[in-house]
Write a protein that binds this ligand. Structure first.
Ligand code: AMP
Ligand code: MG
Length: 495
C-alpha cells in the first residue's frame, strides 16, 4: 500500500516546541518548508550537544533522523520559516537581505532554556535574491567545526548539532556537493533585523522586536542600568558591551571572522555566520582572511573598530526608540571602555598575570610587536610560553624567534613580572592558551577526506577541538605548524 508511505510522516524528536520567533508576527518572516535534498547522509553528529539538548543521537542518526536534520523530512511541532533582515555589507547599506539559505525550524525547550534550531543550506527562500539557497560541503564542515571550536575555547558562539551532505550538485567556482548544517542558538537575531525595520520607518515593528529581545534575553534592561531608566538605551549598552567582550576574545585567541557585516552580528554577542573565518597561523596584525575582502576592511587588527562601527549602526536603528541622542551616544561609548579593558584582561590571562599593573600594557605590546616582526606562529607561541612558565625549558619558545636578543630582553621583563608561584601561573596559562585551534589546513584535510565519504577526520577534529586545552596524546599532528601549502588556501565568500 505505497500510498501510505508516500506521505512522509513528520519525525517526532520528543521535545517541546515554543512559539518563539513566530510570536513577533508575519511582518518578520515568511513561513515555508525546507527544500528536500536527495539521499542525504550524515557527515558529522555532535553528540555532546545532542546530550545538552536532550536529543536522542540514535534517532538523529537514523535514516529518518538524517532526513529531518537535512530538511528533507518535517519535524513534528516545528513551524519552519525564513526571517527578514537588512544590513550594511562592507560599509555600504545593502537594503533587504534575510535568511536566503537558512530556515528557522523553531524553538525547543532544553535544560539550558529555549534554543532555536536553524538549518543552513536548506533551499531557496523569498530572501535568496540571486542565490541558490544551498551551502557546499566544504563551507558546511568549516562552520560545523569552527563554531564548535569556538565553544570549546569558551567563546560565545552559535553552535552546530550536525552536518549532513547530499551528492546533489551545487555550482560555485566549480561544481561541488550540497550540505546542511543544523545550527543552534538561543536566538539568531542580528543587528540587521533592527536595521531592517528602522530603515523602513516601521516603528511599531522595531519596538516589538526590541521589546521581545529585551524581555527574553536582556530583562535587566527594564529595571537596572544607568541610562536614565531608558530600557532601549540600556539594551544598546548591553549589546555594545557584549560585542566588545566578544571581539576581545577573538583578538586574544587570534580569530579572524572575515565578514563582519551588520547582518552577521548577533544581538546576543555570539560569533555567528562562519564563512571565510580563520584562526591565525603566523602572527600578522594586518592579516586578511577573506580573499574577497580586497580593501582589508575586516583584517584581524580592524575587527575591534569595525565592531564599534557595527554597534553604531545598531545605535542608529534603536535611536527612534531611545529618543535621545545623548543617551544613545552614551550607550555606545561603553564599547570604548569595555573593549580595551576586556582585551587587556584576556592578554594578561594569556601571560599568567592574575593582577593588573600599569606596566602590563607595555609587556603585552612588546610581545605582540615581536610576534609580528618575526611572523611567529600565534597559537604555538602562547602554548610553548605556557609550558615554559609551567616548568619546561625556554628553548622551544626562544627558537620561534629570529630576533632572539629581542625576545630575551622581553622575557627578562616578563619573568620579573611573573608571580612567585610560577608553576601555578603556568598551569593557568595552559588552561587559557589552547593547544588546538581549527587552522585552515586542518579543516581542509578533513574536507578532502569527507569528499571521499570518509568522515573520520571531521569526528576526530570535533573531539579534539571540544577540549582544546587538553594534551590529547596521539594527536600532536593537529597542534603543529601549518604546512607550506596552507598559506595558499584561498578562502572567499563563496560558500
Ligand atoms: P553572508 O555574507 O554569507 O552572511 O550572506 C549575506 C546574505 O546572502 C544573507 O542574506 C544570506 O542569506 C544570503 N546568501 C548567501 N549565500 C546564499 C545562497 N547560496 N543562496 C541564497 N542566499 C544566500
Ligand atoms: Mg550572513
Amino acid at each position: 500500500m505505497s500510498f501510505l508511505t508516500d506521505a512522509a510522516p513528520a519525525l517526532d524528536l520528543g521535545v517541546r516546541w515554543h512559539e518563539g520567533f513566530a510570536r513577533l508576527g508575519p511582518a518578520f518572516f515568511t513561513e515555508l518548508a525546507p527544500t528536500p535534498l536527495p539521499a542525504p547522509y550524515l557527515v558529522g553528529l555532535n553528540r555532546r550537544l545532542a546530550a545538552v539538548l536532550r536529543l536522542d543521537p540514535g534517532l538523529l542518526s537514523s535514516e529518518a533522523g538524517v532526513r529531518a536534520i537535512t530538511g528533507s523530512l518535517p519535524l513534528e511541532g516545528s513551524r519552519p520559516m525564513a526571517t527578514v533582515y537588512s544590513g550594511h555589507q562592507f560599509g555600504v547599506w545593502a537594503g533587504q537581505l534575510g535568511d536566503g539559505r537558512a530556515i528557522l525550524l523553531g524553538e525547543i525547550d532544553t535544560p539550558s532554556g529555549g534554543q532555536e534550531l536553524q538549518l543552513k543550506g536548506s533551499g531557496r527562500t523569498p530572501y535568496s535574491r540571486m542565490g541558490d539557497g544551498r551551502a557546499v560541503l566544504r563551507s558546511s564542515i568549516r562552520e560545523y567545526l569552527g563554531s564548535e571550536a569556538m565553544h570549546g575555547l569558551g567563546i560565545p558562539t552559535t553552535r552546530a548539532l550536525s552536518v549532513t551532505g547530499s551528492d546533489a550538485p551545487v555550482r560555485r567556482e566549480e561544481v561541488e556537493t550540497a550540505a546542511v548544517v543544523l545550527r543552534v542558538a538561543p536566538s539568531f537575531i542580528r543587528f540587521g533585523h533592527f536595521e531592517h525595520f528602522a530603515a523602513r520607518g516601521a516603528l511599531e515593528e522595531l519596538r516589538r522586536l526590541a521589546d521581545e529581545v529585551i524581555d527574553r534575553h536582556y530583562p535587566a534592561c527594564r529595571t537596572a542600568g544607568s541610562l536614565s531608566g531608558n530600557p532601549y538605551a540600556n539594551f544598546l549598552q548591553q549589546v555594545s558591551e557584549r560585542t566588545a567582550a566578544l571581539v576581545a576574545q577573538w583578538q586574544a585567541v587570534g580569530f579572524c571572522h572575515g565578514v563582519m557585516n551588520t547582518d552577521n552580528m548577533s544581538i546576543l554577542g555570539l560569533t555567528i555566520d562562519y564563512g571565510p573565518f580563520q584562526f591565525l597561523d603566523a602572527f600578522d596584525p594586518n592579516h586578511i582572511c577573506n580573499h574577497s575582502d580586497e580593501q582589508g576592511r575586516y583584517a584581524y587588527n580592524r575587527q575591534p573598530n569595525v565592531a564599534y562601527w557595527n554597534v553604531f549602526c545598531l545605535g542608529q536603528a534603536l535611536f527612534p526608540l531611545i529618543g535621545d541622542e545623548e543617551l544613545t551616544l552614551a550607550a555606545l561609548e561603553s564599547y570604548k571602555t569595555v573593549f580595551p579593558r576586556e582585551l587587556e584582561r584576556r592578554m594578561r590571562d594569556k601571560l599568567g598575570l592574575a593582577d593588573a599593573q600599569d606596566a602590563d600594557r607595555a609587556l603585552i605590546e612588546g610581545v605582540l610587536q615581536r610576534l609580528a616582526k618575526d611572523r611567529v606562529d600565534y597559537t604555538i607561541f602562547w602554548r610553548r610560553l605556557s609550558e615554559h612558565v609551567a616548568g619546561g625549558p625556554v628553548e622551544p619558545v626562544r627558537d620561534l624567534f629570529l630576533d632572539r636578543e629581542g625576545f630575551d630582553a622581553w622575557l627578562l621583563d616578563y619573568s620579573a613580572r611573573l608571580p612567585a608561584d610560577r608553576a601555578a601561573a603556568g598551569r593557568a596559562m595552559l588552561r587559557t592558551n589552547p593547544k588546538f585551534v581549527l587552522r585552515n589546513h586542518l579543516g581542509e584535510l578533513a574536507i578532502r577526506r569527507a569528499r571521499q565519504k570518509d568522515f573520520g577526520g571531521v569526528d576526530e577534529l570535533l573531539d579534539v577541538l571540544h577540549a582544546p586545552f587538553d594534551e590529547h596524546p596521539g594527536h600532536d599532528d593537529l597542534a603543529g605548524f601549518p604546512p607550506d601549502w596552507a598559506t595558499h588556501i584561498e578562502i572567499s565568500c563563496s560558500s
